[in-house]
Design a protein around this ligand. Structure first.
Ligand SMILES: Cc1cc2nc3c(=O)[nH]c(=O)nc-3n(C[C@H](O)[C@H](O)[C@H](O)COP(=O)(O)O)c2cc1C
Length: 313
């Protein structure tokens, strides 16, 4: 997820466990081919991030193929093509979810990338451009026909952005229509929603996005529940320690304090939600002027009356 699931976040969440595969933020194929340093860094996996996927996006088949070659050569276990991003800046250049509206181009892209790499290839799609124009089955069949090894289906359409009411149908339909593994995605926020998505779609695996940003222990809790094993929930101190470790890792990745602080605030907007008095903590983090201020807050959270006489709103 752009600006969030960077190498530091992925390293930490894998350490918690319950995860089969992690994926980079989306990476613009054009920037990768031009070897733009920042883009190249986004496409790098941690040395022991196995299996790890790198997601690329773009619209020119030959450029995506070249980017995929670079990604595979740099050690990715899986190359994933983004056909799901609804953002205007991505769709304006016919990448991301805009490809759902151009099945011929989508086909050329999957074929070109397939021919370029031997590592497993997956495609992430939405169910269509608008609720009135869903073509997930057409796109899924194209992907399978051109040699994709798996498909991730987010049940929403591009027009839905992040709204709409949960609808397992598109995922269930793709599951029945293709013979390759199908990963279900969209609104898994706790164990019941994970089980519901699995039960109602028959999908082979789950992709958890925002749910894991809010609660990095969620994948482990789901995996343990599915295996019938006990799950020990993290304490608030464990959650604060996760953010503190994220700060430490981010500091070493970013060249400037303000860049690192911006990134930490972005993740904290999600991760603080699972903490007691999360709203108050979020406000403190947002107003922090530097990373040490965030660290000091986290080390004493939640504040007790003995430690901090200021009432927590
Ligand atoms: C801030 C943000 C960034 C995202 N970046 C990506 C991305 O880079 N690639 C991608 O395939 N999906 C991206 N997504 C979409 C998620 O992967 C996922 O499909 C969507 O959030 C629904 O799943 P969830 O409810 O588990 O989050 C992003 C979503 C958000 C909110």
């Amino acid at each position: 997820m752009e600006g969030l699931t960077d190498v530091t976040f992925r390293r930490l969440i894998r350490r918690i466990g319950g995860i089969g595969l992690t994926c980079t933020e989306f990476v613009p194929a054009e920037g990768l081919v031009r070897q733009v340093r920042r883009v190249r860094e986004t496409a790098m996996l941690d040395p022991d991030e196995r299996p790890g996927a790198v997601q690329i996006y773009g619209r020119r088949p030959e450029v995506l193929a070249e980017a995929a070659r670079w990604v595979a050569a740099s050690g990715a276990s899986v190359v994933d093509i983004n056909m799901g991003c609804p953002a205007r800046k991505v769709c304006a250049h016919s990448g991301g979810a805009a490809l759902l509206g151009d099945p011929a181009l989508a086909r050329s892209i999957v074929a070109a990338v397939r021919a370029a790499v031997d590592v497993p290839l997956t495609v992430k799609i939405r169910s269509g451009l608008t609720p009135g124009h869903r073509n997930h089955l057409e796109i899924a069949r194209i992907c399978e026909g051109e040699g994709a090894d798996g498909i991730v289906v987010h049940w929403r359409t591009r027009e839905d952005a992040f709204g709409g009411t949960f609808d397992p149908k598109p995922i269930a339909e793709v599951r029945r229509a293709v013979g390759i593994p199908v990963v279900g995605n969209g609104d898994v926020v706790d164990v019941p929603s994970a089980l519901r998505l699995l039960d109602e779609t028959g999908c082979h695996a789950l992709m958890i996005g925002r749910g894991a940003l809010c609660d990095p222990w969620l994948p482990l809790e789901v995996a343990r529940t599915l295996a019938g094993e006990p799950f020990e929930p993290p304490t608030p101190a464990d959650r604060c320690a996760f953010l503190l470790a994220y700060i430490e890792g981010t500091r070493s990745v970013f060249r400037t304090e303000s860049g690192a602080l911006g990134r930490v605030k972005k993740l904290a907007a999600y991760t603080t939600r699972a903490l007691p008095h999360g709203g108050a903590l979020r406000r403190r983090v947002f107003h922090a002027r530097d990373l040490s201020e965030v660290e000091a807050t986290l080390r004493t959270w939640p504040p007790t009356l003995a430690r901090d006489p200021t009432p927590v709103p």
